[in-house]
Design a protein around this ligand. Structure first.
Ligand code: ZN
Length: 557
């Protein structure tokens, strides 16, 4: 069995997907979960991109000890300095350098000749190597690069000290056959290839990211780059859970294994979904709500007789909680701890007290609690903790033909606030009351409501996208068996993020648009490209949260 390393880029490439930006607390929570999941490398961000990116890479580097922590960097000294300063506190730091090698990127984006590209790789890999032993080099747009030139670039990177070379299908253009042939070619033609890891990074523009990654494993790749739920630029990256479960389920075929604790997969996917407010599609492979559901009578009959008739994996292998009734209002704290532990959640005493209080509250409203209910309670925990403003209560007077009014009571910094407002509906009235209390003009950009558990007393999850003037767009989520309460909680959660960001830094980062980055490890958000002064992330100018458009990028490389 050969070992395949899992390089997770949920917090870097994944976070670049529209609607998936995360704040510092959320990134740390996700990084801790990735550590539990057992990934080999966490790409924590792109340190030079903004002070917030730098800070999150640095904090993750200092928090995570069970796996490597990488920062992305272009081939410039400023980028490498920032990357090293951000990851140097890690137990196992890695600097991940990239430079484009396809003719189209070299000519139009880099405006560099082949010779200049090769010497920049040698020089910058050697520069980074002086700081850090563990260096990964990615040839951006590798799959559209001329293979013999690509092999020359990788040989130069290995000679200068790279310990991993990565082959990105940056624009998601390649097919499994072509990727497989490219990997086989590189295994033959890159000098020193046997001494380093050969990695792949595939995008899903044509729906082939996972298939491409797996074809590369067959052809000799030893590391796969992927993201939880397959999030990432444009159509996303290869999905971690699909790559891992394909390797595990078809071990006979791939003759390869990973060190992922598959029982943590579902929990990781749900956590990310709860942070970003982007639900997991029902038919999503491995973790979708329907992935293990059997509707047809013939299938049901077969599964009852022997699960292997129609099931190639067990839902318990990926940690999906069983939806049978597990606890009720008379269950004690010990039973709750046991049950949560069996679902993969280990809580401290303080956390358990908090969850138990809300468990009792929910058990009063809902007779029987299932695994999904408990999961919802756990995922809601961070909202309670992160809150700057807490909801104390609300009264709604709503109907048709009468003014809809809402009275909302909050606690902020120990002080109780209360306000009444009239609106076009109960939610509009509630949101207006909150805005008035806080003296803020909050814009509601998006609102959705999903049932996260089953039955008529299901728990509803509200997801909002909110922004204030000159602020980024933030995702807020809230859970309750009462949809109005869930919505108010979601709104407050989003507003709290706006307040927190405003308190932390003078500027705020924007939700990443999907505009100019057609390439993989594209120009960083908000970094001043090509010009000097980008070396010190603390000095990136005002408004660093917005995407900047610079002509002639990477001129310094
Ligand atoms: Zn990418």
């Amino acid at each position: 069995m050969k070992k395949i390393k899992i390089f997770d880029t949920t917090l870097r490439d994944g976070e670049q997907s529209p609607g998936c930006s995360m704040d510092l607390t959320e990134k740390i929570e996700m990084a801790r979960q990735l550590e539990l999941l057992g990934v080999d490398v966490i790409e924590a961000g792109f340190a030079i991109a903004s002070p917030m990116d730098f800070k999150s890479v640095q904090t993750i580097a200092e928090t995570v000890t069970g796996c490597k922590v990488a920062s992305l960097a272009r081939c410039t000294k400023g980028d490498i300095d920032a990357a090293w300063n951000a990851v140097k506190g890690a137990k196992y730091p890695r600097i991940h350098l990239f430079l484009a090698t396809s003719d189209i990127h070299m000519e139009y984006k880099l405006k560099m000749t082949r010779e200049q590209v090769v010497s920049a790789i040698s020089e910058m890999v050697a520069y980074a190597k002086a700081f850090c032993d563990d260096i990964e080099f990615s040839a951006e747009d590798a799959s559209r690069s001329e293979p013999s030139f690509l092999a020359r670039c990788y040989s130069a990177a290995v000679a200068a000290g790279a310990t991993t070379i990565n082959v990105p299908d940056t624009v998601g253009y390649s097919t499994p056959q072509e990727m497989s042939e490219l990997i086989a070619f590189l295994r033959e033609h890159v000098a020193g290839i046997d001494e380093v890891d050969l990695s792949v990074h595939c995008h899903d523009d044509l729906g082939m990211a996972v298939a491409n990654s797996l074809a590369c494993v067959r052809a000799g790749a030893t590391q796969v780059e992927c993201t939880v739920n397959g999030i990432g630029e444009r159509a996303g990256n290869a999905s971690l859970e699909e790559v891992v479960m394909a390797l595990k389920t078809r071990k006979d075929f791939y003759q390869a294994e990973t060190s992922i604790h598959t029982g943590q997969i579902y929990k990781s996917c749900k956590l990310l979904s709860s942070i970003t407010g982007v639900p997991i599609p029902p038919s999503k492979a491995v973790v979708g709500a329907n992935a293990f559901a059997h509707e047809s009578g013939i299938h049901q009959h077969g599964v009852i007789a022997n699960a292997a008739t129609y099931e190639i994996m067990n839902s318990s292998d990926v940690g999906i909680p069983q939806n049978s009734i597990v606890l009720g209002k008379h269950s004690g704290k010990h039973a709750l701890r046991e049950k949560l532990s069996s679902m993969g959640y280990e809580l401290s005493d303080r956390e358990l007290d908090d969850v138990f209080a809300r468990f009792k509250d929910m058990a009063d409203k809902k007779k029987h609690l299932t695994g999904s209910d408990l999961e919802a309670l756990i995922l809601d925990r961070r909202h309670a903790e992160a809150s700057g403003c807490q909801l104390i209560g609300h009264v709604i007077n709503a109907g048709d033909g009468v003014p809809n009014t809402s009275c909302v009571k909050l606690r902020r910094n120990g002080e109780e606030l209360q306000e009444v407002a009239i609106g076009s509906g109960p939610l509009d009235a509630s949101f207006k009351a909150i805005n008035r209390m806080l003296g803020m003009e909050i814009q509601l950009d998006n609102f959705s409501l999903n049932a996260v558990t089953n039955g008529e007393d299901a728990i509803g999850e509200a997801v909002v996208k909110v922004s204030a003037e000159n602020s980024a767009i933030y995702t807020g989520t809230g859970l309750s068996t009462d949809i109005i309460e869930a919505s108010i909680r979601a709104y407050l959660n989003g507003v709290n993020k706006i307040l927190e960001a405003a308190a932390q830094v003078p500027g705020k980062r924007g939700e990443h648009g999907n505009d100019d980055d057609t390439e993989d490890t594209g120009p960083p958000r908000g970094a001043s490209r090509g010009a000097g002064g980008a070396a010190d992330p603390g000095k990136a100018g005002p408004g660093f949260g917005k995407r900047h458009h610079f002509a002639g990028s990477n001129q310094r490389v």
